[in-house]
Design a binder for this molecule. Structure first.
Ligand SMILES: NC(=O)C1=CN([C@@H]2O[C@H](COP(=O)(O)OP(=O)(O)OC[C@H]3O[C@@H](n4cnc5c(N)ncnc54)[C@H](OP(=O)(O)O)[C@@H]3O)[C@@H](O)[C@H]2O)C=CC1
Ligand SMILES: Cc1cn([C@H]2C[C@H](O)[C@@H](COP(=O)(O)OP(=O)(O)O[C@H]3O[C@@H](C)C(=O)[C@@H](O)[C@H]3O)O2)c(=O)[nH]c1=O
Length: 283
């Protein structure tokens, strides 16, 4: 039996992972920011000195893309220095690290899916801070999995799915951009992949791209969500060429998942995974 510490447990990915591990033979322990603050290396050391873990899954991050433009130091403190702290403690205690990164490490200038070998060049502070976190991990600990994923949604916390569902229920008129292309990814699918990686013995360390199959725009994502409502409500969604935001977003951030599919075959089309999640939401 492996022992796994999950940090950032109160976020949407942390909570989704928690909802799946009950019947797993491995033993997962979940720690929120109140239990372990990843910007405080001592708090990570204390936890790892008290318990014997084989793996650490880092779900903790500063994920507010807009706020990261203003609170640059805080974004880097959590996403870069926090990741470095975890990597250093894991390395010193022989704990394997699973870390989550983002499609926003790319500039979005490509028009075909980004592979793990493609050049990174983030265009916003969130992406820069996450990339720095990746680099720290790579130089600190050999036994790591960095999973880059995109456009996460779940039943928990704040995400695009829940925003669209709530605004649609309130009959709010929505204008949604067609300017960016990417792949919505279910936290359930990603959690299952994380569990699988930890269970397996023979998957090479390194960077993996994980998303659902296919691609869309944020407008396409919103339209697919409201398809599951009655038809009158879908009339409230309009496409716009661009939506004013503080942070720049990559115009194209589809991830190439072919390498991941060689080790994990259970990838779904994004619409299929979304349907399964919406059934859970019972709208
Ligand atoms: N959301 C998305 O669309 C995507 C996310 N990712 C990555 O996936 C991972 C999981 O994201 P997601 O679950 O959506 O994020 P959330 O924002 O839902 O969760 C992040 C969690 O980290 C916690 N946290 C923040 N700062 C610290 C800290 N100093 N110490 C410990 N915990 C902290 C937050 O607590 P609090 O809220 O109290 O600050 C929150 O509970 C992240 O690495 C993110 O960068 C990648 C691609 C897409
Ligand atoms: C609310 C809203 C957003 N938008 C646009 C703004 C933006 O371009 C796009 C998505 O907005 P959001 O702020 O929900 O998403 P954003 O914070 O950009 O989502 C990103 O989060 C980080 C954590 C990641 O790692 C990325 O993979 C990605 O999921 O939709 C509209 O066009 N209309 C709207 O009503």
């Amino acid at each position: 039996m492996k022992r796994i510490a999950v940090l950032g447990a109160n976020g949407q990915l942390g909570q989704t992972l928690n909802s799946l591990v009950d019947k797993e033979p491995d033993s997962y322990s979940f720690y929120s920011k109140e239990d372990v603050d990843i910007t405080d290396k001592e708090s990570i050391s204390t936890l790892f000195n008290k318990n014997d873990f084989d793996f650490c899954v880092n779900c903790a991050a500063f994920t507010n893309v807009e706020l990261a433009e203003k609170n640059v130091d805080q974004a880097f403190l959590v996403n870069a220095e926090g990741a470095k702290n975890i990597a250093e403690v894991c390395q010193s205690k022989n704990i394997k690290l699973v870390h989550i990164s983002t499609d926003y490490v790319f500039d979005g200038k490509k028009r075909e899916p980004y592979t793990t070998k493609d050049k990174t060049d983030p265009i916003n502070q969130y992406g820069r801070s996450k990339l720095k976190g990746e680099l720290y991990i790579k130089e600190t600990i050999k036994e790591h999995y960095i999973i880059r994923t995109s456009w996460l949604y779940s039943l928990f916390g704040k995400n695009f799915l829940k925003t669209i569902v709530n605004k649609t229920k309130q009959n709010v008129e929505l204008k949604i951009t067609t300017e960016e292309q990417g792949t919505p990814t279910s936290c359930l699918d990603l959690s299952r992949f994380i569990i699988y990686l930890i269970k397996s013995h023979d998957i090479h360390y390194g960077i993996y791209h994980f998303s659902a199959k296919g691609k869309t725009t944020w407008y396409g994502f919103a339209k697919e969500i409201v398809k599951h409502f009655n038809s009158k409500k879908t009339a409230n969604i309009f496409s716009v060429d661009s939506y004013k935001t503080i942070a720049k977003r990559p115009k194209y951030s589809v991830l190439d998942i072919l390498e991941t599919e060689k080790v994990y075959r259970n990838l779904n089309e994004w619409q299929e995974s979304l349907k399964a999640m919406i059934e859970e939401l019972k709208i």
